[in-house]
Design a protein around this ligand. Sequence first.
Ligand code: OW7
Length: 406
Amino acid sequence: MTSTLTRSGLPVLDADPFSPEVLADPLSFQEQLREAGPVVVLAKYGVYALGRYAEVKSALTDWQSFESGAGVGLTNFRTEKPWRPPSLLLEADPPHHDAPRSVLAKILGPRQIAQLREAWEADAADLVDTLLARARGGVLEFDGVAELSGAYPLRVFPDAVGIASEGRENLLPYGDMAFNAFGPHNALVERDADRVESLSLWVNAHCARDALTGTGFGAQIWEAADRGDITHEQAPLIVRSLLTAGVDTTVNGIGAFLHAVATHPDAWARLRREPELIRGAFDETVRVESPVQSFFRTATRDVEIGGTIIPEGAKLVLFLGSANHDPRRWEDPHIFSLDRDPSGHVGYGFGIHQCVGQHVARAEAAAVLGALARRVKSIELAGSPVRHLNNTLRSWKSLPLRMALA
Ligand code: OW7
């Protein structure tokens, strides 16, 4: 695949970043994108693309010029109907974005999440103890996705939101569908076409006030409506954001963390000796794996970026994963290292939309990896891991692991 130039001098790529081949292994596409130039045209979709750290970060920061309200996927909400009513957070701009954002930022703030830490650590210890009870001769082989990364968030997060137990198996497929929907209408989207209605019905029903128990995040969103911080019409859509964005992301973040330690034995030994490094190690995981690979923006005016004018109304795709591997910003960008400072990565985005749930994600990951670090001497791959393909998410379907008890 080569890049050619348009008459305006812009590089054009024919490669499809949403093809199965690129989704399975995006690094060479990303390098091609970064090397082609700071702003590239993707011929297949007729959109602009950013793959370098500097431009991705500046587009994320400049929300006035690069709006989210026209959708953060390929679909332009100004000209095409969204697959569901837009998110009041992700797919909104100031001033509409601000009240929902500040309500969620308080409910999911570091102090609030710190209060869940002990219970979440106990849940992680219980999950890991039950798993390790199956060890024979001090060794256990298991699937890290089925038993840990795919299980733990479903054990703690729906409870924290306050939804009922029945039907929780809908959460991962719904999230998978929502994250596929940011991409083009390809086979990954088509595959789920007959489930959109039933999965949406289930999720929407669980956003209602009477479906949310006790003191959970969901009930707190409704209380914010009672206080007048948001309207009662907004409340269920904000609950929907939690149920959409809160499960697949953490499953894949924790899965990426397991893969990183299973393939870096020195890092695992060090995390066992110095468990206070686990949180920073998770941030390095989010940088190197970038569980959310891309989001789109739409130009609100003719706007210059990377020496190019993006015309008003044009869609551009920001490759977060590529920015997090840009050698212009990161030394040995493809290497997972406990010795680097990963701060400034754009794996959680940047600016006013930066992941409002990141304290939840960090707490879940630290609980699981902390429980393992106290009990498990070594972790290694016991077979070839298998990718799960998604238009937006970097994901594992299976992660065969072998662990030796400490
Ligand atoms: C929402 C990490 C992305 C998301 C993703 C999908 C949906 C939403 C947010 O954040 O519904 O607000």
